[in-house]
Design a protein around this ligand. Structure first.
Ligand code: FEO
Length: 172
C-alpha cells in the first residue's frame, strides 16, 4: 500500500515531468523553425528523457499498488526572444525540478518511505546532470554570441547528442 501523501506528490511530479517534456518539445519546434536542427535534435532527446522520468514515477506508483492520476498539461510558449533566453529558461526549469525532487525526498524521509527514498536518490543524481548540461549549453550559446559561424558549429555539435547521453555540450 502506497503512502497517500507520497502517491499524491508523485502524481504531481509526473505532471511536472510531462510538462518538462512538453516545454522542450515546444522549444525543439521553435529551434527547428529557426533553422537550428542540431538544437532541435538536442531538445527532442531532452523531451524524450523527460517522458522517461515521468514514467519512472508512473511505474513506481503502480508497482507499489497505488493509483496513477494524469493531471492537466500546461500550454507552452511558442517562441523565445533568443537562444540565450531559451536556455536560461531551460536552466531555470531544471533548477525548479531539482527543488521539487528535493522536497519529495524530504517528504519520503518524513514518511519513512524507504523505497521512495531509493527512487528519489536516482533523481537527485540525475538533476545534478540535468542542471550541468543545461548550463553548459547556455555557456556555449553565450560564447557564440552573434557569430553565425560559432552558432553553426554549436548546432552541429548538439546535433551529435545520442539518446541517453548529453554529448555535445562540452566540446562546443
Ligand atoms: Fe526530469 Fe530534466 O528533469
Amino acid at each position: 500500500m502506497l503512502n497517500p501523501k507520497i502517491e499524491k506528490a508523485f502524481n504531481e511530479q509526473i505532471q511536472k515531468e510531462f510538462n518538462s517534456s512538453f516545454l522542450y518539445l515546444a522549444m525543439a519546434a521553435w529551434a527547428e523553425e529557426q533553422n537550428l536542427p542540431g538544437f532541435g535534435h538536442w531538445l527532442r532527446l531532452q523531451a524524450d528523457e523527460e517522458r522517461l522520468h515521468a514514467m519512472k514515477f508512473f511505474d513506481f506508483i503502480l508497482d507499489r499498488g497505488g493509483h496513477v492520476q494524469l493531471l492537466g498539461m500546461d500550454a507552452q510558449p511558442e517562441s523565445w526572444d533568443s537562444l540565450e533566453a531559451a536556455f536560461e529558461a531551460v536552466l531555470a526549469h531544471e533548477q525548479m525540478i531539482s527543488r521539487s525532487i528535493n522536497d519529495l525526498y524530504k517528504l519520503a524521509l518524513e514518511e519513512g518511505d524507504y523505497p521512495a527514498q531509493v527512487l528519489l536518490q536516482w533523481f537527485i543524481t540525475e538533476q545534478v546532470e540535468e542542471e550541468k548540461s543545461a548550463e553548459e549549453v547556455l555557456i556555449n550559446v553565450r560564447r557564440a554570441g552573434d557569430s553565425q559561424a560559432a552558432l553553426y558549429m554549436l548546432d552541429q555539435t548538439l546535433g551529435q547528442r545520442v539518446a541517453g547521453g548529453t554529448e555535445g555540450e562540452e566540446t562546443a
